[in-house]
Design a binder for this molecule. Sequence first.
Ligand SMILES: [Zn+2]
Length: 248
Amino acid sequence: MDCSGDIGTGRQASRSSLSAPGRHGSLDVVGLKSAIARSVESDYPKLDALYKDIHAHPEIAFQEEKTAAKLAAEMRALGFEVTEHVGKTGLVAIYKNGDGPTIMVRTELDALPMEEKTGLAYASHDKTVWQGRETFVAHSCGHDIHMASWVGTARTLVGLKDQWRGTLMFIAQPAEEIVAAAKAMLADGLFTRFPKPDFGFALHANGAVAHDTVLYHVGSLPRMPTASTSNSAAAAGTARRLRQPSTP
Ligand SMILES: [Zn+2]
């Protein structure tokens, strides 16, 4: 399965790309760390429920109508202006908060044509028709985690809107597993009907690395990326380079 269908702007991300209000410089992410942690903590039960709902009801490439509708409702409730059906089942959600850069944050929407055998209380039992045959559907690639994190990121940024200026451009990309909707969204005017972002961010869960470890990579992601790890040791300034296998 391929998860390399990122939509990039070809420009490098920076560690603090949102402007701070009333002065030159960047959003003080370090100074806001405890406020961000409190926001995530208080939102967590809702985000966990959203994750489990999406996990239990997966939809396959270009069939993500209900999933997209759930995300659209979440973003409208936060005050985003949401455009649906961009590149068939995709979403673009815009939140304007004064002068500043445009920041794009992307999630995928689609699941995979396979049976879930985890036995979890919220396991998927759904079926669909894929390429003319009935199949089970499961979120085996972690896009359910990405969607809940995407909504959580939006909630946190909107909750801290007094601390930054700029435009948020949250996009939900369909059909990532068949590497089809990045082109579909671009052809449907992603960067002409909507602002062209100054920076773009995307997340991918990876079961191959230890819990509580964050890998990051600046620039477009190759199939066999060299990534930097940011765990507790890296936080102390000892980030090291490592080889990272391709995501599933
Ligand atoms: Zn994926």
